[in-house]
Ligand binder design. Structure first.
Ligand code: PHE
Length: 496
């Protein structure tokens, strides 16, 4: 019998309890091995020799998905709605009151769930028709989710009805195929006498030394088992966001753009007034913008304060009538965390009004947003401008199309939009899995913006969301996943 030392070791381990079916972990510890590759490899040789039989077990393992974890922490959507319902007087159980207690996308599906359990909607008010039915169903569903929060379970051990219910809902559970093996001795294996087994070294690795000597001529080679389970090596890698930023940077550099940067802290003047955003604009309030108390003000060149105040009040000589409102220079000096990176491109023009340029920047911006699946209070924008005598709208659109096709999204469309600082203004959508998704804004800067900066050339400008793009590239449906320090998940994200 031509078996090697590893095989003998495995056989010896199995003969310690000859009738037993061994799992991987049991064999590893009995044989004193650290790597499953030994068990798989030796097991295959012994199977070939008729001494061991290997059985494959396929099972489906169920665990909680992203939404499932959320449900195990905050309660299922139907539980949360139910708790709200019973805390309200019957006449107060209106859809509109409900919507205000939930996230916007939740109310519709939530009511659908309750209707299926014994609730009706009568002229905008939810009416409970089968209280005990709902309570027991909700309990069953929560128990199911809670049991999975203790750890993944084999599908065959789970309630079939609940399983089919939850597999029809998005993101609550994840079902994965898992293959495991067991090893047992065949009759022949049980009778094998270790002392009789010839101790032949089988060669698993071909080395230069082996080939240079003549030894290989008479050697026995271990067969390769390409199906043997092996550990997946995992090495270091850049964070997906860093990799994505690098990719975007090289695309714009390749397209002939230069990179610019700017500070997080800016004046309201440069962040907003320079962009002809009226001082009464709702986005300028404390609810939307992070103003700083330290320093509360930053210096702004008086020359620009004068120009902006004229432009805002009556249009100055831009051909515009302005906003017709009193301009407050103190307001312009307020310091804030930049709300968009458009402040960088505008300042770049002010510093280089006579130089044609194509520049871009990728930077973080800050807005008072509550955190949810698609919003973060800190996020990145991909900003850029083309400032030159012949800049025009088709040039803007083809630049954005080129950029997105290089990113892997060849279908791009633009829609008319509104920004106080551009005319025309367009919103940029890309086609993804049959759906148009809005990824950014752009347009040609208005003369109210460009003239005070000292240029008469047109400026193509854009500001695109980076995290939304990252969600498409990395196939995520929750923006928060990008910034959670979950090393396993990060490791599974595609390498760009
Ligand atoms: N600044 C805009 C935003 O933050 C995007 C934009 C940039 C729009 C440049 C037009 C021109 O959404």
């Amino acid at each position: 019998m031509d078996i090697g030392n590893n095989e003998r070791r495995m056989l010896r381990a199995m003969l310690s309890d000859p009738s037993r079916e061994w799992t991987l972990d049991e064999l590893l510890s009995e044989a004193g091995w650290a790597d499953q590759v030994h068990v798989a490899g030796s097991g295959a040789v012994l199977e070939e020799a008729g001494l061991v039989s290997v059985t494959e077990h396929r099972e489906v393992v169920v665990s909680l998905g992203e939404e499932g974890w959320r449900a195990s922490n905050d309660g299922l959507l139907e539980t949360r709605i139910w708790n709200w319902l019973v805390s309200q007087k019957p006449e107060d159980r209106t859809m509109s009151a409900l919507s205000s207690t939930l996230e916007r996308h939740e109310a519709g599906p939530g009511v659908g769930l309750l209707k299926a359990m014994g609730c009706t909607l009568e002229s905008g008010t939810l009416v409970i028709t089968d209280e005990s039915g709902i309570v027991s169903e909700i309990e069953k569903r929560s128990d199911f989710i809670n049991s999975l929060s203790e750890g993944p379970k084999e599908q065959s051990h789970l309630d079939e009805e609940m399983l089919s219910h939850f597999s029809g809902r998005k993101g609550l559970i994840v079902q994965e195929d898992r293959v495991s093996r067991t090893w047992s001795l065949t009759k022949q294996g049980k009778n094998s006498d270790l002392s009789e087994l010839e101790d032949v070294e089988m060669i698993g690795e071909v080395t230069p030394e082996l080939l240079q000597s003549e030894a290989w001529r008479d050697a026995d080679f271990k067969p390769f088992d390409i199906n043997a389970p092996a550990p997946t090596p995992s090495g270091g890698r850049p964070h997906p966001m860093i990799a994505l930023i690098e990719m975007i940077r090289s695309i714009f550099l390749e397209m002939g753009f230069s990179e610019i940067e700017g500070d997080f802290i800016q004046s309201a003047g440069w962040n907003m007034d320079a962009l002809f955003i009226p001082q009464s604009h709702p986005a300028r309030t404390m609810q939307d913008t992070f103003y700083l108390s330290e320093p509360a003000q930053v210096d702004v060149d008086e020359k620009y304060l004068d120009l902006w105040s004229k432009v805002h009040e009556h249009g100055h000589d831009t051909g515009s009538k302005g906003w017709g409102l009193d301009f407050d220079k103190e307001e312009s000096k307020k310091s804030l965390l930049r709300t968009h990176t458009t402040v960088n491109t505008v300042r770049h023009i002010a510093e280089n009004p006579d130089e044609p340029c194509r520049v871009f920047g990728i930077g973080r911006v800050f807005r008072q947003e509550s955190i949810d699946r698609t919003h973060l209070p800190e996020f990145y924008q991909i900003e850029g401008i083309i400032h030159e005598p012949e800049a025009n709208l088709p040039m803007l659109i083809s630049t954005l199309k080129t950029f997105y096709s290089k990113m892997g999204f060849p279908d791009v469309r633009v829609r008319p939009a509104y920004f106080p600082y551009t005319e025309p203004s367009v919103e940029v959508d890309v086609l993804w899995k049959g759906e148009w998704l809005e990824l950014g804004g752009s347009g040609i800067f208005r003369p109210e913006v460009t003239e005070p900066l000292g240029t008469e050339w047109p400026v193509c400008a854009w500001g695109l969301g980076l995290e939304r793009l990252a969600m498409l590239v990395l196939e995520l449906d929750d923006i928060r996943e990008l910034y959670q320090p979950d090393l396993e998940r990060l490791d599974r994200m595609p390498i760009l």
